[in-house]
Write a protein that binds this ligand. Structure first.
Ligand SMILES: NC(=O)c1ccc[n+]([C@@H]2O[C@H](COP(=O)([O-])OP(=O)(O)OC[C@H]3O[C@@H](n4cnc5c(N)ncnc54)[C@H](O)[C@@H]3O)[C@@H](O)[C@H]2O)c1
Length: 390
């Protein structure tokens, strides 16, 4: 094996094109091929990239190219699982864009297929795990610096999108084309980080608004309440209809309060743990002494987020580096989003783990009753019904 991994990108739209350009800057990766069902997609590649990569409209021809060792799958979500399984069956390492699939049953199918290919590297594109602030939070939590976490609040309302955005692709913001709205397209990063940092809740109760701010048939506002097995509670609030919006994660823990906002972590540390002070204090309005702590971390990254994930996968292939985001972990954030939608649509709390077959049925019903019969959406509906073709 040389010192570069031969990569192909499947799906050369907005993200695939950006990935193609990003790969040019990595010293352990060589982009050797791209594949898209639309030949016109290749026209958007910068000329210098287009001239040196093989372009395929038929994925079966891509598999014949022995220089392709790994594929980055950047097609609309419904096709992620089929293409990932196809790639593994053809002996290729995979990076699957977020969300790894549209619903839990499909993620389970992907994970089953992964089990048959332990020899391959299998990653998801959870690029936000690479951000220094997120890594720092993770280490603070995992090292016990915050003590037990009692409450988490994440307000993610800075995903503002216009109607023109939703109108820009036939697959966007339809049940059949995308399988959801803000929870499936914009929030998979935060949903993944929620489970990465805090684990999985045991109950979700969500209010979900369908097309509140946009002419779309899927959710563009979610207010979710979460309960964790250890008694921690959480709120997850998101929308694509608010501007300027907020991105603020607040963690109330025994050892104090942490806020991540604007790329900065602030920590007000309790001298005595909250529950101990509740018990031990002799005065009714007493509070523990606090220290304002600055949490230093280096915000400089050798490569941008997506490049860091791709470089990590190449190093995993070349020298066994530990993966930042194993694809199997993608089921958790996905389940969290599915649970919020399930709760909102049923207008009742749901317990986790959710029944993946029940959720698949709910989604199939939404697709069947959709009035938005767009061309690509119909193709995706077949994928939603777990057709093995794509
Ligand atoms: N990680 C991130 O930060 C990030 C950011 C944006 C998008 N994404 C993800 O990337 C994926 C693509 O999003 P996008 O905005 O680039 O979409 P897009 O519509 O711009 O591009 C999708 C491309 O896939 C092609 N395609 C569709 N079906 C295909 C198939 N079966 N085989 C080959 N090509 C096919 C389309 O022709 C199109 O060129 C989505 O899953 C999205 O969630 C991730």
């Amino acid at each position: 094996m040389g010192n570069k991994v031969g990569f192909a990108i499947v799906g050369v739209g907005n993200m695939g094109n950006a990935h193609a350009q990003m790969m040019q800057k990595l010293d352990n990766v060589e982009l050797v091929a791209v594949c898209d069902i639309r030949e016109k997609a290749f026209d958007n590649l910068p000329a210098d990239i287009r001239s040196k990569v093989q372009c395929y409209t038929d994925i079966n021809q891509l598999w014949q190219n022995e220089a392709v060792q790994a594929v980055l799958i950047a097609v609309p979500h419904y096709f992620h699982v089929d293409i990932a399984i196809d790639a593994m069956e053809h002996g290729r390492h995979i990076i699957v864009e977020k969300p790894i699939s549209v619903h839990k049953a499909e993620a389970e199918r992907l994970i089953e297929a992964c089990k048959k290919h332990p020899e391959l590297i299998r990653s998801a594109m959870f690029n936000q795990r690479t951000l220094p602030a997120h890594k720092k939070l993770k280490s603070l939590i995992d090292n016990g610096e915050l003590g037990k976490i009692n409450r988490v609040n994440w307000i993610v309302t800075d995903w503002f999108r216009t109607q023109a955005y939703y109108d820009s692709g036939d697959w966007r913001a339809t049940w059949a084309g995308e399988g959801g709205g803000v929870l499936l397209n914009q929030c998979p990063h935060q949903l993944d980080l929620m489970q990465w940092l805090f684990g999985m809740p045991s109950m979700v109760c969500a209010q979900v608004k369908i097309g509140k701010y946009h002419d779309i048939e899927v959710e563009d506002e979610v207010n979710a309440y979460l309960e964790y097995p250890n008694g921690c509670v959480g709120n997850f609030i998101t929308t694509t209809g608010e501007t300027p919006g907020t991105n603020r994660l607040e963690i109330a823990a025994e050892k104090g309060r942490v806020v991540l906002e604007g790329g900065k972590i602030s920590f007000i540390r309790n001298e005595e743990e909250t529950s101990a002070h509740i018990k031990n204090a002799t005065r009714g309005f007493s509070r523990p002494e606090v220290w304002e702590c600055s949490i230093p971390f280096n915000n400089n990254m050798p490569h941008p987020q997506h490049a860091t994930v791709v470089q990590n996968v190449a190093n995993a292939i070349l020298k066994g580096e530990k993966l930042i985001a194993p694809v199997e972990e993608g089921i958790n954030g996905l389940e969290l989003g599915n649970a919020m939608l399930m709760s909102g649509l049923k207008k009742q709390p749901v317990t986790l783990p959710i029944d993946s077959a029940e959720y698949a049925e709910i989604l199939a019903g939404l697709i069947a009753s959709s009035t938005r019969s767009k061309k690509e959406s119909k193709e995706s509906a077949a994928a939603a019904n777990m057709s093995s073709t794509y």
